[in-house]
Design a protein around this ligand. Sequence first.
Ligand SMILES: Cc1cc2nc3c(=O)[nH]c(=O)nc-3n(C[C@H](O)[C@H](O)[C@H](O)COP(=O)(O)OP(=O)(O)OC[C@H]3O[C@@H](n4cnc5c(N)ncnc54)[C@H](O)[C@@H]3O)c2cc1C
Ligand SMILES: NC(=O)c1ccc[n+]([C@@H]2O[C@H](COP(=O)([O-])OP(=O)(O)OC[C@H]3O[C@@H](n4cnc5c(N)ncnc54)[C@H](O)[C@@H]3O)[C@@H](O)[C@H]2O)c1
Length: 453
Amino acid sequence: MSEPVACEVIVLGLGPGGQMLATKLAEAGVDTVGVEMHLVGGECPFYGCTPTKLLIRASHLIGAVGLADRLAGPATVTPEWSRPASRVTEEATKGWTDDANAEAVQKAGVRLVRGHGRLTAPGVVEVDGVSYVASQGVVLNTGTEPLVLPIDGLSDTPYWTNRDIVQVTELPRSLAIIGGGPIGCELAQAISRFGVEVTIIEAADRLLAVEEPETSTLLTKIFEEQGIAVHTGVEISRVSYDDGFTITAGDLTIEAERLLVAAGRSNNITDIGLDAVGLDPEAPVVETDERMRAGDKLWAIGDITGKGRFTHVSDYQAEVALGDLLGEAGPLADYRAVSRVTFTEPEVGSVGLTEEQATKQGLDVRTGFADITESARGWLDGAGNEGHIKLVADASTGLLVGATVAGPTGGDLIALLTLAVHAKVPPATVRRMHFAFPTYHGAVMTALDDLGL
Ligand SMILES: Cc1cc2nc3c(=O)[nH]c(=O)nc-3n(C[C@H](O)[C@H](O)[C@H](O)COP(=O)(O)OP(=O)(O)OC[C@H]3O[C@@H](n4cnc5c(N)ncnc54)[C@H](O)[C@@H]3O)c2cc1C
Ligand SMILES: NC(=O)c1ccc[n+]([C@@H]2O[C@H](COP(=O)([O-])OP(=O)(O)OC[C@H]3O[C@@H](n4cnc5c(N)ncnc54)[C@H](O)[C@@H]3O)[C@@H](O)[C@H]2O)c1
């Protein structure tokens, strides 16, 4: 065993939040060790947000040509997967190498250690037989892996996860997708627009099951109109592979050249030595307080905290932990107004609680609804205008607790309502602001009128 290495803070796992935190700590003069076993930057830039959004950008342009054809004049596009695929390889991931990120953290002063790290005591992480001892403590940011489903036969097949599909240079003729969550829905639409026959198989009774039911209904209708087959409420009994995939669920048999499993994530917390610091490695998440503290000399940020598996949550929590590690009074973590966007067309932006979640929390729920299609801008735009706004308020406080905007620019439009939830702006105050005409955000007025608070 080599001599222990002393430092002030260890960041274990350099996902988006860990990379940002380690960098800012080092820039603030804290002696920081960052431990990463794969790529500095984590899932988002290499296998998640960035590559998928590049593919989606190209697919949206294919969708726009269809709209132009209907509204402006004959327009055609010949989709070529090689174009977005090469942007992913060359521009976004540099062939799945992290030299730029590694150089940036080291330039900031972080001591980068490559390898699998494991807690061995409070403030101590072991990597390849070397102990790193942090006087202040360890921040966990170990993220997730694609969930491995225990479906009969599946593990014997060459199925894809998100990490494979973003590296594909040639598309199959047909693709089955297990999971109709954000990954399944975003990739289903993107890939279908490149001419692939896509089938989604979802266990829940609707797509995007954590969103409002009206949104799931709209998305399903539009997907089916676009030629994507959607099967919901399906319990898969077996998957087999023989020069193609066969997925069996009761009387339903689906055949496809390739299979993507996008059925959720599992947290990387079972093999990081949580038991050495008195925590349960089998717990579903690492529990944290409002300063991201998770135990003695221990902090945790990102997906493993269970507060929303999004890059912006990981980054937000990094700033909270940074404040605490630098001895500042705040900020303190507040999750009332976590926003999220699924980058399908219609784009689904939402914030805070859905009607069902608010009801389950025992709130005095009041909702407001507006059909974007019937708004001035929706009518003007015509084709491609489908969508809605749904507001959820707590009538006892008169404040918004959640909102959904599904439709054109839904992911940006939700910012207006995120601010209202975050800053507790009364709906009547929002209603009295100036709404430019004719914008999609003008439809927020109609939803507020319907809410009536
Ligand atoms: C296909 C896809 C699309 C997505 N799209 C979006 C999107 O559009 N917007 C959005 O906000 N979010 C999106 N996400 C979610 C987003 O990628 C994650 O929330 C984000 O990466 C934050 O994760 P994290 O900080 O917890 O760590 P991760 O990004 O998971 O990184 C954790 C890091 O820790 C390392 N590590 C793990 N264990 C150890 C160990 N023991 N020792 C050393 N290193 C270790 C890993 O190698 C990894 O680099 C998407 C995810 C996927 C899969
Ligand atoms: N735009 C974004 O912000 C974005 C995009 C993609 C992913 N993400 C993040 O990545 C995470 C993972 O995404 P995801 O879509 O894999 O996970 P998810 O957990 O959100 O959705 C997975 C879906 O798979 C279904 N499923 C699970 N087991 C199944 C089975 N045996 N058969 C059929 N369906 C099954 C679930 O019912 C669920 O609807 C999400 O939590 C999300 O926060 C975010």
